[in-house]
Structures are given as structure tokens and as C-alpha cells.
Design a protein around this ligand. Structure first.
Ligand code: SF4
Length: 178
């Protein structure tokens, strides 16, 4: 996985002061996307151990509430497994930090409940659900005709801030209250 930027402290990409990982690559190509330079999976630099240590160093700060994954598209096929492994590590090292993730996919309740992603690991199919590992997921493609700059943490009104725990508990999509 490549990344474009690690932003140490942002207040525009989720609640509180957050570190943001902007990953490279998105195959959705929404019309009016603010970040078309992020579509190329080869843009930026490899997310190597040095980059990971930089990210962890920022997360050590007590004023950082959590991490946000944005891009590009963190759930695109070339990025999703690396994001999964990174979230596992962050949850173990920093269990008090919350996790937000932006996806261009429009989600249903079932996507949080079932296992929409699977990989062959050591010859075995491994089913995982990255969505279940997050606290808030912002879903939906950016739609230019629904652009609304007054909405917190999203660009168009079709996009939703989904409260993952409440969605799983209630077996229907529950929105996160800002
Ligand atoms: S999902 Fe995000 S990065 Fe990808 S094209 Fe749409 S707005 Fe741009």
C-alpha cells in the first residue's frame, strides 16, 4: 500500500483532534472528487515501517483522540488488507484511541454483520470485516450534485456518519451524533 500523507493533527476528518492516514489509490473515480491525484495506487510512497513508526509516534500524544483512514480509498482491493493489519496493530497498541474510516462504498447493515472481504492466507480463505473494527465509518461516494459544505466531516449529503457499535447492536444503520 502507498500513502500520500500522514497528517499529525486534524480537526476536519472526524471528531476531536485526529491523526489522518491518506492512502493512495481509488478505483471509484467519483465525479467532482476533490482529490483525483489520489486515484493512482502508485502515487505517494510505500507505507513502510518508517511510515508506520511516524504514525504511531503521533498516536502516542495524549491529545490525539484517534486515527482516521482516508484517501484515496482505504477499502479498495489493493489497500484493504494492509489497512486491516494496521488496524489490528493500532487496536492492540492504543486501545483507547478511536478509529474512523472513509469509504466510497454505500453500505447496508449486512455489510457490518457479514464478512465482505476475504483473502487467501497460507492457502486458507480468511474472512475479515474491517468495518466491525472501526468506531465510525463515513460511507458513500462523493456526489457533486449533493455537495454541501455545511455538513460536518463529509462532502455531500448522501454520505453518512455511521455509528458502528450501535449499528451492529441494533441490526440497522444508526448514525453517529456529532
Ligand atoms: S471515493 Fe473518495 S477518493 Fe475515491 S473518487 Fe470518490 S471522493 Fe474521490
Amino acid at each position: 500500500m502507498n500513502y500520500l500523507q500522514i497528517e499529525k493533527a486534524s480537526v476536519a476528518n472526524g471528531k476531536g483532534i485526529r491523526t489522518v492516514l491518506w492512502v493512495s489509490g481509488c478505483s471509484l473515480h467519483c465525479k467532482g472528487c476533490q482529490n483525483p491525484e489520489s486515484w493512482d495506487f502508485n502515487a505517494g510512497k510505500p507505507f513502510d515501517d518508517k511510515a508506520k513508526q511516524e504514525l504511531f509516534c503521533y498516536l502516542e500524544n495524549p491529545y490525539i483522540q484517534g486515527i482516521t483512514f482516508s484517501g484515496g480509498h482505504p477499502l479498495d482491493y489493493k489497500n484493504a488488507y494492509a489497512i486491516y493489519e494496521l488496524i489490528l496493530e493500532i487496536k492492540e497498541k492504543y486501545p483507547q484511541k478511536d478509529i474512523w474510516l472513509y469509504t466510497g462504498y454505500s453500505l447496508t447493515y449486512e455489510d457490518f454483520y457479514s464478512h465482505p472481504l476475504s483473502w487467501m492466507v497460507s492457502g486458507e480463505e480468511t474472512k475479515i470485516n474491517i468495518l466491525q473494527m472501526c468506531d465510525v465509518v463515513v460511507d458513500g461516494e462523493f456526489r457533486e450534485e449533493l455537495r454541501d459544505t455545511t455538513l460536518p466531516f463529509r462532502g455531500s449529503s448522501n454520505q453518512r456518519l455511521i455509528d458502528v457499535k450501535k449499528t451492529i447492536d441494533n441490526k440497522k444503520i444508526i448514525l453517529f451524533k456529532v
